[in-house]
Design a protein around this ligand. Sequence first.
Ligand SMILES: Cc1cc2nc3c(=O)[nH]c(=O)nc-3n(C[C@H](O)[C@H](O)[C@H](O)COP(=O)(O)OP(=O)(O)OC[C@H]3O[C@@H](n4cnc5c(N)ncnc54)[C@H](O)[C@@H]3O)c2cc1C
Length: 332
Amino acid sequence: MRRQVAVIGAGVAGLVAARSLADEGLDVEVFEKSRGFGGRAATRRTKRLQFDHGAQYFTARSPRFQDALAPLFERGLVEAWSPRIVRLASDGTRGPAPDSDRFVGVPGMSSLGRALAGDLPVARSVQVEQLHRERNGEWTLLTAEGDRTDPFEAVIVTCPAPQAADLLDSASRGLAAVCRSAVMLPCWAVMVAFESPLEFDFDAAFVTDGMLAWVSREASKPGRSARPECWTLQGSPEWSAARLEDEPGRVARALLGRFFELGRVPPRDPVHLDAHRWRYARSAEPRTVATAVDADARIAIAGDWTVGDRLEGAWQSGIEAAESVASQFGGG
Ligand SMILES: Cc1cc2nc3c(=O)[nH]c(=O)nc-3n(C[C@H](O)[C@H](O)[C@H](O)COP(=O)(O)OP(=O)(O)OC[C@H]3O[C@@H](n4cnc5c(N)ncnc54)[C@H](O)[C@@H]3O)c2cc1C
């Protein structure tokens, strides 16, 4: 069957783009290499434990984003998060953290992706390896499994910049160059759980330290269970980059040790300790890219890194990509 638009990536940008196009009456299909929805707005679950190991929370500063979130608030899938939040210096001293309205998915950040996906056609566990232009100008996608998709009139690529660049090298040199000019920094995220609560006077902290950048207590977010007590710790971009190829257990032990030091509590044994490596976590220099569409190729790019480095930017970029696709080549 011939579909109009292929969207690569089922993170917030891709799902929002696909949803907007579907609402405009276009025929879309989303391709996602992992098993889940939501990309970096992710939740890791085990039988007893749950961690938001990617995006911690999001802001909703634009009225348009606020309007879009309203139905999710009504369904209880998004709620405000008001943690006791501090700034933690590398000598352990606490200071005030920036004031902001913060929101989270409920019961986990991944609720957002699942809600956005809804009934959209999403082919999961399908990694797109190449975009192939047919003689009539349409695109087919070649997958890592060696399959070739049906043809599409247009493609929206929403992967993190370096992965998007690899896909676009042979399809749109201009957009590939835009992607290559963006640098994305890694982050080691540690998921640690304790049988009983830690006695901290904060729930979350921006950490100004060579090793740690952020810590937060999962149970301070709405809809999470309090026992065992789960924390997410993020390594700083520099520290994470220097240990990118380290073994996860070693990374987890190092960041946990630093957490105890900075929190000024005696170390104790966790009931769970693991680490996840985000190779492309955030933009090094948040900015808005000048060009996000190649009208001749009928390809658009979207993703947080095209308009900053945050989830709200991912949402905005998805909307904008859908608008350009709908206006420039929708209905082709
Ligand atoms: C540790 C961490 C903490 C963060 N904290 C915050 C925060 O507190 N607040 C905030 O606003 N933002 C935060 N962010 C950033 C936020 O998660 C992102 O801005 C947002 O989720 C990006 O959405 P996206 O759709 O642009 O990209 P992604 O979520 O990365 O989606 C891209 C999708 O494309 C898929 N993909 C990639 N290549 C292919 C391929 N070849 N074929 C098929 N699929 C492919 C990926 O699997 C992924 O699902 C954080 C991110 C990380 C990693």
